[in-house]
Each structure stands twice: as structure tokens, then as C-alpha cells.
Design a protein around this ligand. Structure first.
Ligand code: ZN
Length: 256
């Protein structure tokens, strides 16, 4: 299956490939996957997912980080669903009701429009120093992850993504890490703005609790949000909980 680059959150700006190739997992691959991620942390699972995709199409490593969550979601979705719809369970934080919501890849998953001007990178001042940033690629994030794992430093994915924005990470990793983790006041605002620009491009899906919103008009209704990165962590577990057999797959024989 080919996913056209212009269909991705980054709109494929600056890519020298026109599509990404992904196939649905077979039963064997899915079984191996579920076994492979059983005893690892969420963050290791994220990198496990990335390596699985890169095994199929090496250009995954040259994708922007802003595209990877969508691609992981896509791979998992086509592996379990023929129509790119997925039912998820969400617990209402106010009343505890479990709400089932069908999410459609075409209708519900939307990206914020990308501004071509930001794709060339920037010069920033952080911790009194001047740094050059770039639009980080998946392979940049893997480098940060490897360094952090080797020296068992912070294991916060958002921090790693932020650090991968810096062009000189390979030569100044310790200094950049100190300036990012130790950022204060105006520098925090700057880093949060960069995160917004380069990472969270997939808009969260809105879910309404029928119990808390009983009798309310559309404008009064309060919604909850479900983000794609939260969906991909427990994806297969969620599928098993929400997708029962439809009854046409197995016909039990009558005992005579
Ligand atoms: Zn509720």
C-alpha cells in the first residue's frame, strides 16, 4: 500500500520520495509484534514501532518526526481494519462512563496545515546561546534515543523530540540537553512553541460523553480529546476490546 507524501501531516514538503510503502501485518507478524512489545516500556515500544516501519520502507528514517505518529497509526489500522475505521474506548474523566467511539481515518484524523516557511529551520537563543534548529527527521530522533539510552538519561519522548530539533546535537549533546532540560521562563515558551510547530500536527479527536451532556445543546456540550499518540500505544489491546467477532465468521455446528 502506498501513502502519498502530500497526504502526510508535513504535506511531504522537502521530501525526495513521493510515497511511503506500508503493508498490513500478517497474523504471524502481529503475534510476533505483540510478543515483542509485551515487556518493554511505552517509549521503547515507540521505537520498536519505528524500526518495524523502517524495515518495510527505509525512507521512514528520512520522514519528519511530525509524520511518524500518523504512519504508525496507519500501519496498525490497515492491519486490523479493511475500511480504515477503528472503534476505541474512552473513559469520561467526570463520570467514569466508558464511551465507544468509531474513528475514521478519513473523517476524524485531521492535520493542522503546515506553513512552508517553517520548514527551513530557524536560529534561536536558548540559555544565552545561539543555536540552529532544523525540522527533525526520524533518524535524528533515533540518534537522540540511542545517546539517552546509552547514558541512561531522561526517558521522556517529548524531551527527546525537542532535543532532536538541534542541528549540533551530535557534537554538543550534553550542552544542548542541559539548556533544554534546564530552560526557564521565556526559554520554556520558546521550546513549547517549537514543539507545537514541528510535532503535534495531528489534531486530537473530540469525544462527547452522552451521560454528562444529556439534554444539553450542541454549544453547551463539553468534549474530551483523544490524541493519536495515545491511540497507538495500546492499539491492539484496544482493538481486541472493541472489535468482537461479527457472527458471520464462525458458524457453530449443532450437536445432534
Ligand atoms: Zn461523563
Amino acid at each position: 500500500m502506498e501513502i502519498i507524501s502530500s497526504y502526510l501531516p508535513s504535506a511531504g514538503i522537502g521530501y525526495d520520495f513521493s510515497s511511503i510503502h506500508l503493508e498490513p501485518m500478517t497474523f504471524l507478524e502481529m503475534t510476533q509484534y505483540v510478543d515483542g512489545v509485551k515487556d518493554i516500556s511505552d517509549i521503547e515500544r515507540y521505537f520498536y514501532d519505528i524500526r518495524m516501519l523502517a524495515h518495510e520502507d527505509a525512507n521512514i528514517l528520512n520522514c519528519y518526526i511530525m509524520d511518524i505518529d500518523f504512519l504508525i497509526f496507519y500501519k496498525k489500522l490497515i492491519s486490523v481494519s479493511g475500511n480504515t475505521n477503528l472503534t476505541v474506548s474512552v473513559k469520561c474523566p467526570d463520570c467514569g462512563t466508558i464511551i465507544k467511539k468509531e474513528i475514521s481515518l478519513e473523517k476524524d484524523i485531521k492535520f493542522e496545515n503546515i506553513d512552508e516557511k517553517i520548514m527551513g529551520g530557524a536560529i534561536i537563543d536558548l540559555g544565552g546561546k545561539r543555536y540552529e534548529t532544523k525540522v527533525p527527521l526520524v533518524k535524528d530522533l533515533l540518534k537522540v534515543f540511542d545517546v539517552f539510552k546509552r547514558y541512561s538519561r531522561v526517558s521522556d519522548l517529548k524531551m527527546m523530540k525537542t532535543i532532536s530539533l538541534f542541528k549540533d546535537f551530535e557534537t554538543k549533546s550534553q550542552q544542548i540537553e542541559n539548556d533544554v532540560l534546564g530552560a526557564t521562563r521565556g526559554d520554556i515558551t520558546l521550546l513549547l512553541a517549537l514543539r507545537d510547530l514541528y510535532f503535534d500536527r495531528v489534531e486530537p479527536v473530540k469525544v462527547f460523553c452522552p451521560n454528562c451532556n444529556k439534554g444539553k445543546s450542541v454549544s453547551e456540550r463539553r468534549s474530551m480529546t483523544v490524541s493519536v499518540d495515545s491511540l497507538i500505544v495500546d492499539f491492539f489491546q484496544s482493538v481486541c476490546l472493541n472489535c468482537g467477532l461479527d457472527g458471520s465468521k464462525i458458524l457453530f455446528k449443532q450437536i445432534s
